[in-house]
Design a binder for this molecule. Structure first.
Ligand code: OFO
Length: 183
């Protein structure tokens, strides 16, 4: 008896999304290491925490595929892009990446809608909301930079920004503890 509740199309797309989340995690890990090596400990703290969040997202998708009786296919994660040249470029790249991931989530939502797979559609709403939060956060960071002079931002402002981001929680919570309220 067939117990798989996911179509092959959605299984493939969800597996691809799982890899995308893992890729995002590698990007933030790499950017975090770069920021740390440049002396931006606060930014590094934020990016490392974000790397763990992306890993948690990956686990959320993986667990969902399994829960629906689908087959999880783990493949190689593409390498992260080159290091950014500046902190401004780093956050521009973070924003661009988040927008790309949002598009990917939206196309999954569309697919689940077309298939009338309401369980998957419902599962994906958490990600829709999460992407809004992540895009807003990245947008706000870029706005701060722009107000402070864009690429010509002063050392003092960079210092303040680094301190601000350093205050975000550096404790990564395990995937099992991830909830819709606490990603
Ligand atoms: Fe997984 O939320 Fe960002 O990319």
């Amino acid at each position: 008896m067939k117990t798989n509740r996911l179509s092959q199309t959605l299984t493939d797309a969800l597996n691809a999304q799982m890899t995308k989340e893992a890729h995002a995690s590698q990007i933030y890990l790499s950017y975090g290491a770069w920021a740390s090596s440049k002396g931006f400990g606060g930014v590094a703290n934020f990016l490392f925490r974000h790397a763990q969040e992306e890993r948690n997202h990956m686990m959320k998708v993986l667990e969902y595929i399994l829960r629906r009786g689908g087959e999880v296919v783990v493949i190689a994660i593409p390498a992260p892009p080159d290091h950014p040249a500046t902190l401004y470029e780093c956050f521009e790249s973070v924003f661009t990446h988040e927008v790309g991931n949002t598009k990917s989530i939206h196309s999954l939502v569309k697919m689940s809608f077309q298939e009338e797979d309401w369980a998957t559609w419902n599962f994906l709403q958490w990600f829709v909301k999460e992407q809004v939060e992540e895009e807003t956060f990245a947008m706000n960071l870029l706005d701060k930079f722009r107000i402070a002079g864009g690429t010509k931002v002063s050392g003092e402002t960079l210092y303040e920004l680094d301190k601000d981001l350093g205050k975000t929680n550096g404790e990564a919570i395990s995937a099992q503890k991830v909830t819709a309220e606490k990603p």
